[in-house]
Ligand binder design. Structure first.
Ligand SMILES: [Zn+2]
Length: 122
């Protein structure tokens, strides 16, 4: 599976970004480890204050490090690393992809030819 989007002639391989960037690194990038804590009983789970809506009560913000996904029961947001940056930066998917690639040195830019080639081989 390969996802891409065009802007100014640039194409991003979203799948590669999602695979390359652990959600934990994004959480650390935003210095949120103080507001969320490891879940008592479930491994690789964190929960706490939602960095998007600010809700503290009930620890609505859940992070699943194993599946690299997050969600908030309060503002009903959730998704992958790209969705998180998109919400946090109030930007689009391309803005989120650009930010993640620059913060974590991910080379996820691709070309139409590469996409064609990958589609043929997969
Ligand atoms: Zn929220």
């Amino acid at each position: 599976m390969l996802e891409q989007k065009t802007i100014e002639g640039k194409l991003f391989d979203f799948f590669k970004i999602k695979q390359s960037v652990p959600l934990e690194q994004v959480i650390r990038h935003y210095k949120l480890m103080g507001t969320i804590k490891p879940h008592k009983n479930i491994a690789n789970r964190y929960e706490g204050t939602c960095p998007l809506c600010g809700t503290v009560k009930g620890k609505p913000f859940k992070v699943d490090l194993k599946n690299n996904r997050w969600n908030c029961f309060s503002c009903r947001c959730g998704g992958n690393v790209l969705d998180f940056v998109r919400e946090k930066e109030r930007t689009g998917i391309i803005g989120a992809a650009t930010a993640l690639c620059s913060w974590f040195s991910v080379d996820a830019e691709t070309t139409r030819e590469e996409i064609k080639l990958k589609k043929q081989t997969s």
